[in-house]
Design a protein around this ligand. Structure first.
Ligand SMILES: [Zn+2]
Length: 222
């Protein structure tokens, strides 16, 4: 284990995951930048700051990627190990190995100029402190950003009295059915968030949109 990580207290909190740059291995896999010697660049949106461009090159072994230090003017590269696990229905899926604790993880977060898993970076999810409405909006935005990392996001206050104006485009390589399913979840989530807003403003009798709960449960099982 990395000495810095081991030395940092478990009770420390260095902020929310939403405020730091995150490398999501599922996104990198979809963008095809994990292949050996494949060079690519991803733009990572981050709250309260401009999107950060990260340049990535696949290691010839296929078991790691080289990530360039995103600081302007820096040319340092760090090697991040990838573990490939077989999927239940064939194929394989990648996971990062945290450079500090070596645990497998889907996301690495940039904090103190290094990449860490969420535990080692001492980051918490804002949702741990969010109310029901904020969580509903966060779920919608997670789906929107899955389709388009540059999507401006869903603003429930603006959209409460009209339909949402912008539908994220289908990402390259995503199957039409998957895209349509995600759009359906987005529409349901937005409707749910509007109902929660109306409830909060006491504009509606308290009820839930039909089927929302069941579908959410199914979604978590996908
Ligand atoms: Zn770790």
């Amino acid at each position: 284990m990395d000495a810095t990580a081991a030395g940092r207290s478990r009770t420390q909190n260095h902020g929310n995951v939403e405020d730091v740059v995150q490398l999501d291995i599922r996104q990198l896999h979809r963008l095809n930048v994990l292949r050996p010697q494949q060079l690519g660049s991803v733009s990572i949106p981050c709250r309260n700051q401009r999107p950060v461009n990260v340049t990535i090159c696949g290691d010839p072994s296929g078991q790691a990627i080289w990530v360039r230090d995103p600081r302007i003017g820096s040319s340092a590269h760090i090697r991040l190990t990838i573990e490939w696990r077989p999927c239940r229905f064939g194929g394989r899926r990648p996971l990062f190995r945290c450079p500090a604790c070596d645990r497998p993880t889907l996301g690495l977060f940039r904090s103190f100029y290094k990449w860490w898993c969420r535990r080692c970076a001492h980051l918490s999810y804002e949702s741990q402190n969010q109310g029901e409405l904020d969580r509903a909006v966060a779920r919608v935005n997670a789906l929107r950003w899955e389709l388009d990392p540059a999507d401006p996001g869903f603003d429930v206050n603006m959209s409460a009295f009209r339909d949402s104006d912008r539908i994220p485009k289908r990402p390259k390589g995503m199957r039409l059915e998957t895209y349509q399913r995600i759009l359906e979840w987005i529409r349901e989530g937005e409707q749910e968030a509007r109902v929660l807003l109306f409830k909060k403003l006491r504009l509606l009798p308290i009820h839930e949109p039909k089927g929302t709960r069941t579908r959410q449960r199914n979604r978590s099982r996908r």
